[in-house]
Design a protein around this ligand. Structure first.
Ligand SMILES: [Zn+2]
Length: 223
């Protein structure tokens, strides 16, 4: 093996340890979902949009701020017309009817191009789609995104909560059930292991009695 020549390219022109990103993850704070849900509840099926900002960004993950603004807009069930207004947010979220999870041509021309990041929301499936406009020299490259709702639940540590496990032990010698914890259903539940041990114990008692009986008989015969 040591005589094999290493066939290695002189110098790689492309760093092989670069990350490959086919979708940027967008973390949406729960508050923005609740805001969208609440606007839906106040409207009668119309589209709408809200704007927010990017709070932080790495090469593959964008986290949104939970501050938002509702731009002045005229809406129907199929359109949004933005009215003159003053705001400078870089992220837009707009609502579509359920199951319409793709951007329309109008969306691409009039909404997506005017913001760094654009997300689609539906009442049924929440944040269903998105486009991030990656700036590259004098152009923008639209990169698909995967919106993920941050419910703020990941770090819940339940180490301080100790569930009481109800267990039923059968005191076979006394012939009664000894139940720890008061739970009617558990009085009748036995684990496989408990039954197995119980049968084994009964077996050995039977053997013991048989032996006793035999010895008794023998001793009777002898005496
Ligand atoms: Zn749209």
């Amino acid at each position: 093996m040591k005589y094999l020549n290493e066939n290695k390219p002189e110098q790689s022109t492309w760093e092989s340890d670069l990350k490959i990103i086919d979708k940027i993850k967008v973390i949406v704070p729960l508050k923005l979902l609740l805001v969208c849900n609440s606007i839906v509840a106040k409207l009668d099926g119309e589209e709408f949009s809200i704007v927010t900002n990017i709070k932080s960004k790495t090469s593959d993950t964008i986290t949104l701020s939970d501050d938002y603004y509702i731009p002045k807009q005229k809406v129907t069930a199929a359109s949004i017309d933005y009215l003159p207004d003053q705001y400078s947010h870089s992220v837009v979220i707009h609502r579509h009817p359920d199951n319409l999870n793709n951007f329309s041509r109008t969306d691409n021309e009039f909404i997506n191009q005017n913001f760094e990041l654009s997300l689609l929301y539906t009442e049924k499936d929440y944040f269903v789609n998105g486009i991030f406009n990656l700036k590259y020299e004098d152009a923008i490259i639209p990169v698909p995104v995967k919106p993920v709702i941050d419910y703020g639940l990941e770090e819940i540590d339940i180490a301080n909560i100790e569930p009481i496990i109800y267990s039923t032990r059968v005191d076979s010698l006394a012939g009664r059930n000894e139940t720890k914890g008061l739970n009617d259903i558990d009085d009748f539940l036995y684990s496989y292991e408990e039954l197995f041990n119980e049968i084994n114990e009964l077996n050995s008692r039977l053997e013991f009695l048989e032996t006793e009986l035999q010895q008794n008989r023998l001793s009777e015969v002898v005496t």
